[in-house]
Design a protein around this ligand. Structure first.
Ligand SMILES: CCCCCCCCCC(=O)SCCNC(=O)CCNC(=O)[C@H](O)C(C)(C)COP(=O)(O)OP(=O)(O)OC[C@H]1O[C@@H](n2cnc3c(N)ncnc32)[C@H](O)[C@@H]1OP(=O)(O)O
Length: 128
């Protein structure tokens, strides 16, 4: 029951993903339960949004992975009750096992609030 994408997880984000060319995309609107500072989304949940969206780029290509490293740059506070677009893409694949991914959160109006890069390791699907 994935916190990011399962429709059955009562406290999950219930994200749905689509590929658009080589970009994986989802939308999310944070509520008051997702706040850190008043009116702004919690940074750990922002990282979860990006982690999930990068993971889904790979999942939609039938690649089973786990996150092994992630860096998040928070440039603009992410307001709650605001429609967010989250995008991810692949920048490089090393030794057919390590995927260097990137993602971003776009605010209404087009500004990028948060950028992330992460490494994902291909694993045996039996492990998950
Ligand atoms: C429907 C579902 C859709 C999907 C949604 C899921 C989204 C959520 C995604 C996550 O958040 S996953 C949860 C957070 N991640 C983890 O808990 C991962 C924990 N780590 C592990 O379980 C193991 O590290 C792992 C199974 C991934 C790999 O273990 P291995 O023992 O197979 O690999 P190993 O540690 O030997 O590393 C293999 C190679 O990669 C290298 N490596 C490891 N980490 C690296 C790193 N961070 N950067 C660069 N290289 C790295 C490592 O040095 C080594 O190089 P060599 O082959 O040259 O020896």
């Amino acid at each position: 029951m994935c916190f990011g994408c399962s429709p059955a997880n009562p406290i999950g984000l219930k994200l749905k993903f689509k590929m658009d060319g080589d970009i994986c995309r989802t939308e999310f609107e944070a509520g008051e339960e997702h706040q850190g500072w008043n009116g702004y989304m919690h940074g750990g949940l922002i990282a979860a949004l990006l982690d999930e969206t990068m993971a889904w780029w790979l999942w939609l290509k039938d690649i089973s992975i786990m996150t092994v490293e992630m860096n998040t740059r928070y440039s603009i506070g992410v307001p709650i009750k605001t429609r967010l677009v989250v995008e991810s893409w692949c920048e490089e694949v090393k030794r057919d096992r390590l995927y260097l991914m990137a993602g971003r959160i776009i605010l209404p109006g087009g500004k990028t609030a948060v950028k992330a890069t992460a490494k994902f390791m291909k694993i045996d699907p039996a492990q998950i």
